[in-house]
Design a protein around this ligand. Structure first.
Ligand code: SAM
Length: 230
């Protein structure tokens, strides 16, 4: 049996590649984006009253992780990438139907656009549904999950002499909290858990329209080397 769904909008996100996107929303409050709604949802009618909600659920497609054959088991990077678990026991991106769900902060509602923050969504992500967050129903005080019981342990992020002024000037040009975005995302140590990076290895990722490059002077410390226009 097949059903068809179509996106109600697409996310324009600070994250231009999958690498270094936080594992879950809320982990990087400075991660911002705009959900551009498509007709007929772009007139304002469909979102009338949504501004009463501080957060929204987004149901979306992992459009850059879609697969024909569903996987039954996956290896979550959080477990070092070598422990396999049932796909439904994880929040992995490679999953049947490729559906993701994130609760994100709703910064502003405009006709045809939702301004969002605290997102974990790749640029261009198709959104299938938007729902207001309902705290009494959606947050379960006594809930537990022994595999993902706490956010990733933060590591120190320092700046080389030139990188911080570079980041500040791009932040000003963009009108975005780029310094905080870089610090919040890199503090979660984006490298795969099983990689022990040699100090000379330089990592890079594109946030907004800039390339951010860093290395690990020590295994548990990141130094941002440069923030340059892509
Ligand atoms: N909060 C969602 C959930 O639980 O369904 C997403 C969790 S998933 C572990 C988060 C990761 O999905 C991000 O780190 C990013 O690498 C990846 N991702 C985000 N948007 C994506 C997209 N459109 N296609 C493929 N992968 C995506």
């Amino acid at each position: 049996m097949h059903y068809s769904v179509s996106p109600v909008g697409f996310v324009r996100s600070c994250f231009k590649e999958k690498f270094a996107i936080p594992r879950q929303p809320q982990l990087a409050p400075a991660a911002r984006g705009v959900l551009e709604l498509v007709p007929p949802f772009d007139t304002g009618d469909a979102v009338a009253g949504l501004e009463q909600s501080s957060h929204v659920w987004l149901l979306f497609l992992f459009h850059q992780a879609l697969e024909d054959k569903p996987r039954l088991k996956v290896r979550p990077p959080r477990l070092g990438g070598n422990t396999s678990m049932g796909v439904f026991a994880t929040r992995a991106t490679h999953r049947p139907n490729g559906i993701g769900q994130s609760v994100v902060r709703l910064e502003k509602v405009e006709p045809g656009r939702l301004l969002l923050s605290g997102i974990d969504l790749l640029d261009g992500t198709p959104v299938l549904d938007i729902k207001p967050y309902v705290p009494y129903a959606d947050s379960v005080a006594e809930a537990s999950n022994t595999m993902a019981s706490a956010p990733p342990t933060a590591i120190d992020v320092e700046w080389s002499e030139s990188a911080l002024p570079q980041a500040h000037s791009h932040a000003q040009r963009l009108g975005e909290p780029l310094v905080e975005l870089i610090e919040q995302c890199l503090a979660q140590d984006p490298r795969p858990a099983y990689q022990v990076p040699p100090a000379e290895r330089v990592y890079g990722v594109k946030f907004w329209d800039v390339q951010v490059r860093w290395h690990y002077p020590q295994p548990e410390r990141i130094r941002v080397l440069e923030v340059v226009a892509d």
